[in-house]
Design a protein around this ligand. Structure first.
Ligand code: FAD
Length: 552
């Protein structure tokens, strides 16, 4: 019989027990995209790896980015040629390995008077970008006259725009990309444990050899040992280095980036637009997605609570001012903003540089005790960062049986598509097979772009719930949460609403009408008490408020 994949609280308990009786090749601290990428790279080469995450997977920056897999056009301005080339090439690979999650997105770059780029410099920059990133011919840049720019985007101000450039980036769901990497790693044998916080280092012969870990569900402590510990905690990297007494020389500079979400009708753009901010030398994105348009980001030095960045009135005012300047016919107001998120960039401090000037390159720090810390970098470059760090581990420990990096040709979990057409065919097939089950093509599309080939499992659950309940919308949500409980190690309600389904950002109004029924499933699955589940409902409501604090 086929051994069906499952990744639930039962798997997690088994992983906690298993992890205490062995010495792993690698212990990764941090379950964002960087840690997930390292776990997948290592396990696919034959190394034993354990990853721990103090909250949920992608809880940190990896669920709060601009959600683009991009070549980093702006880094050309900073002459970071190597970075543009690497992330540009990676874009194509990440798309190929996760076609349902990383989608081509047409991007318009309007040229405005006194903007950061003129017509000829934009044309040259996009040409260099196409060349460095090895962009395929149908996605190469196209320069537009003023007339065709305004035709491409009639909402732009005809008095300001003098032309434009069209090019392609790729849009993703950062948190889902992270969880699908984790699932693939688990499928191949990695031990991944969420709600497991690294508390203190364990040393053997003065070498960093593991850690005391706190189980965030039971509050019990346990130990994990490894030949090599890798600190991939993004904005928290320096806190772990501090515990190792190795916070010397280079350190992090955190900057905050905020995005706001508008109903699509408030900013009904025909494609994504990457535009100049009038008041400084920055650019922001406006990106349409599933009936909404999100706009961002800001970039400001951050030194407050790392665990809870949020959008302030000033952040939102900055984004709205920039948007209204570029699209003056719309006059968008703060009351139209439906949700927001704020993320922290773990950048490497450089004397005298402003937030936007700091490099996005990743760096590896090696401490005297042997701890490897990786910081900086981008979502887009996660695979290469992982390859570099695992190469280093293999070399440091002279691990003979490790193969070369394999992830270039490794499709992520649920992404076994060989072409974009296969995805469209799956949507058509599932829609026609399910016409009698009260399910819309929009929901099937949403699921295929979220769960890939695993949509068939979600659909089976949906049909099961539909036998008991009449409300199709309720059954959509019950099917999704049940799938995530069984296969994506959802331990708390917020994991589902914020990171597995991004309802908190893109569909906030669909949460409250069904939260009690959804919570009942979570309670039954995990055997939570009434007190525990009510606390989780309160937490979701707290996060709803946090997404809108700037309105108070
Ligand atoms: P994180 O995602 O923050 O993960 C670190 C994890 O470590 C966290 O989940 C945290 O809970 C965990 N952790 C911390 N302490 C402990 C502990 N003691 N024990 C266990 N676990 C611990 N990149 C792109 O390519 N494209 C973009 O469009 C883009 N846009 C961005 C927009 C913004 C506003 C920001 C802030 C960044 C953006 N980036 C983008 C960059 C990208 O998002 C980050 O580089 C990336 O997400 C960092 O991932 P990470 O895994 O290193 O860190």
């Amino acid at each position: 019989m086929e051994n069906k994949f499952s990744f639930s609280n039962t798997t997690r308990k088994h992983f906690i027990n298993e992890s205490q009786n062995k010495v792993f090749d690698i212990l990764v601290i941090g379950g964002g995209i960087t840690g997930a990428g390292i776990a997948l790279d290592a396990v696919s080469r034959g190394l034993s790896v354990c990853l721990i995450e103090k909250h949920d997977y992608a809880w940190g920056t990896s669920s709060r980015s601009t959600k683009l897999i991009h070549g980093g056009l702006r880094y050309l301005k900073q002459l970071e040629i190597g970075l543009v080339k690497e992330v540009g090439t990676e874009r194509a690979i990440v798309h190929k390995n996760a076609r349902n999650l990383v989608l081509p997105e047409k991007m318009l770059l309007p040229i405005v008077e006194n903007g950061s780029l003129g017509y000829y410099s934009t044309s040259a920059a996009l040409l260099v970008y196409d060349f460095l990133a090895g962009v395929k011919s149908k996605e190469r840049r196209k320069m537009l006259t003023k007339r065709s720019t305004l035709k491409a985007e009639p909402l732009l101000d005809s008095k300001k725009v003098s032309g434009g450039g069209l090019y392609y980036e790729y849009r993703t769901d950062d948190a889902r990309l992270t969880i699908e990497i984790i699932k693939k790693a688990v499928e191949l044998g990695a031990v991944c444990i969420n709600y497991a916080e690294f508390i203190n280092p364990i040393y053997e012969n003065h070498r960093f050899a593991g850690g005391d870990i706190k189980d965030g569900i039971t509050n019990e402590n346990f130990e994990i040992r490894a030949k090599q510990v890798v600190n991939a905690t993004g904005p928290w990297v320096d806190l772990i280095r501090k515990k190792d007494n190795s916070l010397k020389r280079k350190r992090l500079q955190l900057t905050k980036g905020v995005h706001i979400v508008l109903p699509f009708k408030a900013l009904p753009i025909k494609q994504a637009v990457y535009f100049d901010v009038e008041e400084d030398d920055r650019m922001v994105f406006a990106i349409p997605r599933h009936g909404k348009t999100y706009v961002g980001t800001t970039d400001t030095i951050y030194s407050e609570n790392i665990d809870e960045p949020h959008a302030t009135k000033e952040d939102v005012a900055y984004i709205l001012k920039a948007t209204n300047y570029m699209f003056p016919k719309l006059n968008i107001s703060i009351s139209q903003v439906e949700s927001s998120w704020a993320g922290l960039r773990p950048l490497i401090y450089e004397d005298g540089k402003s937030p936007s000037e700091l490099s996005r390159k990743d760096e590896i720090f090696e401490s005297e005790s042997g701890l490897l810390s990786i910081a900086g970098g981008k979502l887009t470059g996660y695979r290469k960062m992982a390859e570099r760090i695992v190469n280093k581990v293999v070399e440091l420990h002279n691990i003979k049986n490790a193969s070369k990096c394999k992830t270039e040709k490794l499709a992520l979990y649920g992404s076994d598509f060989t072409s974009d057409k296969e995805i469209r065919n799956l949507i058509i097939k599932l829609t026609s097979e399910n016409t009698k089950h009260k399910i819309t093509v929009d929901i099937i599309k949403e699921w295929v772009y979220r769960y890939g080939t695993n949509t068939t499992d979600v659909l089976e659950l949906y049909k099961h719930f539909l036998k008991e309940k009449k409300d199709a919308e309720l059954c959509y949500q019950l099917a999704e949460i049940q799938y995530c409980l069984e296969n994506e190690c959802v331990l708390k309600l917020e994991d589902f609403y914020i990171r597995r389904s991004s309802k908190m950002y893109f569909d906030i109004k669909r949460i409250n009408p069904y939260i009690n029924e959804v919570a009942q499933l979570v309670k039954a699955f995990h055997h939570y008490t009434d007190v525990e589940i009510n606390k989780q409902i309160e937490n979701v409501q707290y996060f709803e408020k946090l997404a809108l604090t700037f309105k108070n």
